[in-house]
Design a binder for this molecule. Structure first.
Ligand code: HEM
Length: 410
């Protein structure tokens, strides 16, 4: 007998025990799964560790649910540092309980988003990944200031359809991106660049949904707008269908818009302050040219005459040109995030039909006046409505996933 025989015998015995335990486990509704976790008892074969939750008489094999239904291993880990269990990938959370935990629970959903969510989440490199993303946004903004309107609109269009889950980023012939209202949404390259930085520093940790939120927040500040702490912890969605895209129309009435925002739990005042996002960016002629020319379906005799002359040059009658005009027609501040959009619409210088209607409808005109007169009030109310919008129907905890590439589900 060689000196290796006892070792072989021991391995064989462990294997028999493991197989028996897995049979017992299956019969009690648990499944055996490969993992690299550190738990009470472990069996090892070909480099794969089978995790067993220890009991004295009978060990239970941990239940690992499918992607959409994952159960966190430890109910003791605070939600801030909660790491969903991923078979075959190295564990990121060092704090694993050695004692048996309670039976598997349903997928958990932490109470909400958190400021500073990624602090300490990249232990191998010890970087502040949020700070890195923020710095990268600044670099891109220096080269292209129109990223502010691009991301602001992208954030709105993402959050209003299935919540802020980056579903707008998914590529495909019938994904949200391909829906009519999203065809002119821009800024995808910035998200890809930021995701590249995040993955290089801290792989598999930062969601695409959080990247949109961080970038939008930072761009608002860079454009001269208010600064706020962005809440993080969103996870990426798995569903993206063009047919689900139902966004309010620029041709809708104020009442219809109030109903659409009300369905997402926004008050009319919050709706008006969010329209303040039209302080930056541009619109194509299609969305406003029918207000310009006598005889056109939406001809607006009350539009400021000098604006009408100006816009008529940009979007001449009976042509198919689809040029662009600033939404904030104070041309000194069309690229700045400030409250001048409200002042403009009070003067009959709104571009989109709905923008102008906000200043004329008694349901919203009072808010428009307040925001036009009081920039500090606009900033404060915009921040709180924005934080609320960025938290709309978010996926948390172990819901959804952290996409590897923002344009496709893992
Ligand atoms: C009822 C609500 C809204 C409607 C109907 C609406 C409609 C539009 C339309 C038609 C455009 C022009 C798009 C184009 O020609 O490509 C536009 C642009 C824009 N919208 Fe809105 N919008 C609404 C709410 C919002 C909100 C809540 C925000 C952000 C807080 C926002 C931010 C923007 C920005 C920044 C642009 C300029 C985009 C760019 O320059 O690329 N909008 N919006």
């Amino acid at each position: 007998m060689s000196c290796q025989t006892p070792v072989i015998l021991l391995k064989a015995t462990i294997w028999v025990i493991l197989i028996l335990m897995s049979i017992v486990g299956e019969s009690h509704g648990y499944r055996l799964h490969k993992t690299r976790s550190r738990l009470g008892h472990r069996g090892k074969f070909n480099g794969d560790v089978y995790a067993l939750e220890g009991g004295h008489k009978r060990s239970r094999v941990l239940y690992v649910s499918p992607e959409s239904d994952r159960t966190p291993f430890t109910p003791f880990t605070p939600f801030t540092s909660f790491t969903p269990f991923t078979p075959f990938s190295p564990m990121r959370s060092p704090s694993f309980p050695k004692t048996p935990s309670t039976p598997p629970t349903k997928p958990t959903r932490p109470p909400g988003l958190q400021v500073g969510f990624y602090k300490g989440q990249c232990p191998s490199t010890n970087v502040d990944v949020e700070a890195t993303i923020t710095a990268k946004v600044q670099e891109h903004f220096r080269k292209d200031a129109t990223l502010l309107p691009a991301l602001l609109r992208m954030q709105f269009h993402d959050c209003f359809v299935h919540g802020c889950d980056a579903s707008i980023l998914i590529d495909g012939p019938s994904s949200e991106k391909a829906a009519g209202p999203n065809l002119s949404v821009r800024g995808y390259e910035l998200i890809d660049a930021l995701k590249g930085v995040a993955e290089a520093e801290c792989p598999g940790v930062v969601s695409c949904a959080d990247i949109i939120a961080i970038a939008t927040k930072q761009l608002i500040k860079l454009g001269g707008g208010p600064e706020y702490s962005v809440q993080l912890g969103r996870r990426d969605g798995l569903i993206s269908k063009a047919q689900d895209v139902s966004l309010p129309s620029p041709f809708a009435s104020v009442t219809q818009s109030i109903v659409a925002f009300g369905a997402k739990k926004f008050t009319p005042e919050e709706m008006v302050v969010l329209f303040g996002g039209h302080t930056v960016g541009k619109s194509h002629c299609t969305f406003f040219q029918d207000r310009l020319h006598v005889g056109a379906s939406l001809f607006d005799p009350n539009m400021d005459p000098s604006l009408r002359r100006q816009l008529s040059l940009t979007c001449p009658k009976d042509t198919t040109t689809n040029n662009l005009a600033f939404l904030d027609q104070n041309l000194q501040s069309s690229n700045r995030f400030d409250n001048s959009f409200f002042d403009q619409i009070l003067k009959g210088r709104g571009v989109l039909p709905i923008d102008q209607a906000l200043a004329r409808d008694p349901q919203t005109s009072g808010f428009v006046l307040q925001f036009a007169q009081n920039p500090a009030l606009f900033n404060a109310k915009f921040v709180s409505a924005m934080v609320k919008m960025q938290a709309l129907d978010v996926l948390l905890g172990n819901q959804g996933q952290i996409r590897k590439v923002c344009s496709k589900v893992n």
